[in-house]
Design a protein around this ligand. Structure first.
Ligand code: SF4
Ligand code: SF4
Length: 371
């Protein structure tokens, strides 16, 4: 977690990103950040600045994602891809422990220690998503030790967005396009340099390892203008007034039937969502019966089996499963965790194979679209 209060600005040349990455690896961090794979900008291990998606951007629409060459060499000139940082803090598949059969007793083997990650390129919406998952995994009576170990060690380097995808609506959710806390360092990219904002003492220490110079007023003004232009370019909005009541009062709205005719119950929206946390736990024995692993895997409220309890399935129809997802995300999440479960990243819109858009569905429930 970001280590404590510290503030200040500095400027680094673009070449210092390589120094930053190499220094973090030398300090024992596993550096993860944006890179191109499988025709998308994904999050993976970054060994050098050359791994970043330099000169590439993303074109996103409901149900559509394409890479496109930029006409400049921006390091972070894209919005968000299919992956989020939950891939590392709350892995899709995690061995909780292994049981081994010895001669006279069973031995319980703990998992390997959690890696120490440095996240490079975390957007404002995703900073909020991490904060939302913190509430799920770290607050209350039952703290998740696996999440806690990863989260406490993680160094967070944010990047302010210089462009929005057509699917973004972070301004509606108050999460971006500028990082709003929760980082160790925050970068704003200009053509030839980065403005660096310090968010913690740990971030201050990392900045001290780079060749930097003091920021001047013109740098701060340029960053402000960039954030304003990005916010003003955003075309999608989500009206979050009257939450959570809006959904509780519309459990029988005809729109749920209409969206169920399109929804494939494929789970894509929950897999790409940076705040969704549903999971199941499986026991995976080996063929010889010598060891068995207890494994936690991502699950989804769109899976029919997910709601199967003694006595039957509480949500057998897609209508009920979509309603559950959206009502939880935007309404009951607020009751449960004190914040919305949506941060406005737009991933569920882009990666829905039939382009279902929660901003549109919410407007329809409000009666602002034809039902
Ligand atoms: S519900 Fe959709 S827009 Fe909201 S945080 Fe999840 S993926 Fe992003
Ligand atoms: S809303 Fe879209 S992404 Fe989500 S389950 Fe339905 S078809 Fe899949």
């Amino acid at each position: 977690m970001s280590g404590g209060p510290a503030t200040g600005h500095a400027v680094i040349d673009k070449s210092e990103i390589e120094t930053l990455i190499q220094g973090l690896w030398k300090s024992g961090y596993t550096v993860v950040g944006p890179t191109i794979a499988q025709s998308a900008i994904v999050i993976d291990e970054i060994k050098s600045a050359a791994d970043l998606p330099i000169g590439w951007t993303d074109l996103q629409e409901g149900g559509s994602y394409r890479l496109k060459k930029r006409d400049d060499q921006a390091y972070f000139g894209y919005a968000v891809g299919p992956h989020s940082w939950k891939k590392y803090l709350f892995p899709a598949r995690l061995t909780l422990y292994t049981i081994k059969k010895n001669a006279a007793e069973l031995e319980i083997i703990a998992p390997d220690p959690a890696p120490r990650y440095a996240f490079l390129g975390v957007r404002g919406c995703d900073l909020r998503a991490i904060e939302v998952q913190d509430r799920t995994f770290l607050q209350g009576a039952y703290v998740d030790p696996h999440y806690k170990a990863r989260r406490e060690q993680a160094l967070v380097i944010a990047v302010n967005c210089a462009q929005a995808a057509s699917t973004c609506f972070c301004t509606s959710m108050g999460t971006g396009p500028r990082a709003r806390g929760g980082y160790d360092l925050a970068l704003t990219e200009f053509a030839d340099r980065f403005l660096v904002e310090v968010g913690s003492e740990r971030g201050q220490g990392v900045l001290a390892s780079l060749a930097s110079r003091p920021a001047v007023q013109a740098d701060l003004v340029l960053a402000d203008n960039q954030a304003r232009a990005t916010a003003e370019s955003m075309t999608r909005t989500l009206d979050v007034s009257d939450m959570p009541g809006l959904f509780y009062e519309n459990l029988d709205h005809p729109r749920w039937d209409q969206v169920a005719e399109r929804c494939l119950s494929c789970t894509n929206c929950t897999m790409v969502c940076p705040t969704c946390f549903c999971h199941s736990v499986d026991d995976v024995p080996d063929l010889a019966g010598e060891t068995s692993q207890r494994v936690r895997v991502w699950d989804s409220c769109f899976n029919p089996e997910f709601s199967h309890v003694a006595g039957g399935n509480t949500r057998p129809q897609i209508r009920e499963r979509y309603r559950q997802w959206l009502t939880h995300k935007l309404a009951s999440w607020v009751d449960q965790f004190g914040v919305s479960g949506c941060v406005g990243c737009g991933r569920c819109i882009t990666w829905c194979p039939v382009g279902i858009d929660l901003t549109e569905e919410t407007a329809a429930i409000r009666g602002r679209l034809e039902a």
